[in-house]
Design a protein. Sequence first.
Length: 317
Amino acid sequence: MRKRKRTNSTAWIITFLIILTFFLIPFEKMDGLIRDRLNQFTREFSSESDTTLEVNETLSNNLHSQNAILINLNAQKILMEKHSEEIIFPASLTKIMTTLVAIENISDLQKRIFLPESMFSDLYAANASMAGFLPNEKVAAIDLLYGTMLPSGAEASIGLANEVAGSETAFVQLMNEKAKQLGMKNTHFTNATGLHHRDHYSSVKDISVLLEYALKNNTFRTIFTAERHSTSPSNLHPKGITFKSSMFRNIDSANVLSKEIIGGKTGYTEQAGLCLASIAEINGEEYLLITAGADGNHHTEQYNITDAMSVYKQLRY
């Protein structure tokens, strides 16, 4: 559980003053200043708790998503939780970990990585989302990272996994090690793409821990907040490929929040529902919102985006 610095310090002061009250001197004889401060701290503590509860109930009750967590990064404070530690299928939110582990293990992001024909057949059979790279293409690592995050390309994810660890299986071990290191206690990965597997799971709280950590990496943050990216020319795409973020593609540019939501990663499988991990900057402060388990699919209203708009809109006032 995240530490709330203000709340913790207030609680300690209250505890000290209460001990002072009961064991040292009668309350009515206590120094006036101390008594006033005790009352003030008690009111502030109660007010803060009530406000947090009110925000939590107001935001969570109107969500389409079954699981959610909202965090003010500047204050290091959880503002809203809805079944945040419940086990979910993370779908393509998995690629946040894939991208982070790849960045931390590839020293030269301009290095060309070969995508063998053999890796494509299983992805096509699984109807995995693809970035558009082709069998036997040689692609810069940085372009595979963007291909993993923006269009959610499974072939880009597997290409990175093979480059880092020699196989997806070995790469997944690195993903699980990283999850353990970060304290993601309700997470276990079986693949680098987010394709459904009963033993491939996480929680929105764990995803928030992962994303908060990953955003401290400048390369990851640049990719996560990109609206589009054009790859460098390759042997099979001499003019390169241009990707657009799957999240930004679903946000109407006329929406008042289109400039405040500064980055995100969508996810979807039939079992996971519509998912979204996003970051917004509102009134000079940054917020993370992770949601999962919304009804719908690629052909319906994108309720993960709808939820994000609803939550962030309420933070503007």
